[in-house]
Design a binder for this molecule. Structure first.
Ligand SMILES: *Cc1c(COP(=O)(O)O)cnc(C)c1O
Length: 371
C-alpha cells in the first residue's frame, strides 16, 4: 500500500541524534536553542520558541495572549481537531466559520460575520500549506483588536507575497510531527514577536522565569521562580537534532513535493469528475494533496484505490460534526458539502516516480470505468 504520508529520514538525522547521545544532555538545551536560531533565520522571524508538538504551540500561544474562560475564538470547522481542543481546553468557545471551497482556507468574510464583543482571536489554518488571505486577516484583526493566531501546521516553508509564513503576522504555530513537511519526530514551534516571546518561553517550561534565575547568577544559581501558569511543553535536544538535519534538506523536500503536485494537477485537470484546489504551487511548500471528487463518488474512489494498493484519506471531518464539539455547531453548509468531496492522495518527498504514476493511473482508471 502506498501511504498518504511518510517522513524522509536518513543517516544525517541519526548522526545529529548520536551527538546528543554522546553529550549526555537529552532534554531542553543547546541543541534546542540552535534549532530555534536556525528556524528563526529560515523564516526571518523575530523569535522562535520550540515546543514538543504543534498542539502545544497552539495551546501556549492562546494562553500567552490571555485567552480563557468565555472568550471566543473563530476557527474553521474543517481543520484537525487539535486546533479546536486547544480552544476548549482553555475554557474558551470555538466559533466555527466557513471555508472557501476552492482553497479549503478560511472564508474571511464569513469569519467577520461571526464576530461578537467576546471574540478575542481568529485562527486561520493554511490548508495543505496554501497561505490564507493574511492581508485581510491582519488588517481586520487590527481594526477590531483581535489576535490572528495562525495554525501553520501545514505551512512550514510556504511563502505569502514573498515572505515566509511565520516571518510576519501576530503569532504563528508550526507542527513538526512525524508526517509534517519537516519533522522532529515530534515537535512544534511558536513564531512570536519580542513582546510575547518571554511569556511563551515561560509557559513552555512550567512557568519558570529564567530572568529570576539570572538575577542570582554566580551567587545562588539554584534559584528559580514560578511566575505563571505553565506546561511541560519544551522541545528536547533529541527532537531538535532531528529537526536540524531535516531543515538542511527542506528545500529538496519542498521541490520534490511541488513537482509531484504539478504532475498530479496536470493529469487530474483532464478529469471532469474532479475539482482541483486553487493554489500557486511555486509559492507553497505543499503538505498534502487534496482534490474534490464531485457527484457523490468520493467514497467509491477511496474503496477503488484501496483495491489498487493506493492509500487515501479524508482530511478532515468537520469539527462541528464531532460529538464533543457538537454543542458549538452552527450553520455551515459549504463546509458540510465540501467535506463529503475531499480526498487526500499520497504525497511525500521520498515518493518513487512509479508510485506517483500508480496513483495517477489508478485515479484515471476509476473515472474511465465509472463514467
Ligand atoms: C498536525 C496538526 C496540528 C497539531 O500538530 P501536532 O504536532 O500533531 O500536535 C494542528 N493543526 C493542524 C491543521 C495539523 O495538521
Amino acid at each position: 500500500m502506498i501511504p498518504i504520508q511518510r517522513p524522509s529520514l536518513g543517516v544525517e538525522e541519526l548522526e545529529e541524534v548520536k551527538k546528543v547521545f554522546d553529550s549526555g544532555w537529552l532534554g531542553l538545551g543547546n541543541v534546542v536553542y540552535e534549532f530555534e536560531d536556525m528556524v528563526k533565520r529560515y523564516l526571518d522571524a523575530e523569535d522562535i520558541v520550540a515546543v514538543n508538538s504543534g498542539t502545544s504551540a497552539l495551546h501556549i500561544a492562546l494562553d500567552s495572549l490571555g485567552i480563557g474562560s468565555g472568550d471566543e475564538v473563530i476557527v474553521p470547522s474543517l481543520t484537525f481537531c487539535a486546533s479546536v481542543q486547544v480552544i476548549t481546553s482553555l475554557g474558551a468557545i470555538p466559533v466555527f466559520c466557513e471555508i472557501d471551497p476552492l482553497t479549503l482556507n478560511i472564508n474571511v468574510d464569513d469569519a467577520k460575520k461571526r464576530i461578537t464583543s467576546r471574540t478575542k482571536a481568529v485562527m486561520p489554518v493554511h490548508y495543505c500549506g496554501n497561505p490564507c488571505d493574511m492581508d485581510s486577516l491582519l488588517s481586520f484583526g487590527k481594526e477590531n483588536n483581535i489576535f490572528i493566531v495562525e495554525d501553520a501546521a501545514h505551512a512550514f516553508g510556504s511563502l505569502y507575497k514573498g515572505k515566509k509564513i511565520g516571518g510576519f503576522g501576530n503569532v504563528t504555530c508550526f507542527s513538526f510531527d512525524p508526517i509534517k513537511t519537516l519533522t522532529c519526530g515530534e515537535g512544534g514551534a511558536v513564531s512570536v514577536n519580542h513582546d510575547l516571546s518571554e511569556m511563551v518561553r515561560r509557559k513552555r517550561n512550567l512557568g519558570i522565569d529564567k530572568d529570576a534565575y539570572r538575577r542570582y547568577e554566580g551567587t545562588q544559581n539554584w534559584f528559580y521562580e514560578v511566575a505563571t501558569q505553565g506546561y511541560r511543553y519544551h522541545m528536547s535536544n533529541i527532537n531538535a537534532a532531528i529537526g536540524m538535519a531535516q531543515l538542511k534538506k527542506l528545500p529538496f523536500f519542498i521541490k520534490r513535493k511541488q513537482s509531484i503536485v504539478k504532475a498530479y494537477n496536470e493529469q487530474f485537470s483532464k478529469i471532469r469528475g474532479i475539482s482541483l484546489l486553487n493554489w500557486n504551487v511555486d509559492e507553497v511548500a505543499p503538505f498534502s494533496y487534496i482534490i474534490r471528487v464531485l457527484d457523490n463518488r468520493r467514497d467509491l474512489l477511496i474503496e477503488f484505490l484501496k483495491t489498487r494498493g493506493v492509500g487515501s484519506g479524508v482530511h478532515y471531518i468537520p469539527n462541528h460534526m464531532q460529538p464533543f464539539f457538537a454543542k458549538y455547531a452552527s450553520w455551515l453548509p459549504v463546509t458540510e458539502a465540501v467535506w463529503r468531496e475531499i480526498i487526500t492522495l499520497p504525497l511525500y518527498a521520498d515518493m518513487k516516480e512509479n508510485d506517483v504514476q500508480k496513483v495517477i493511473d489508478s485515479v484515471n482508471d476509476f473515472f474511465v470505468s465509472e463514467c
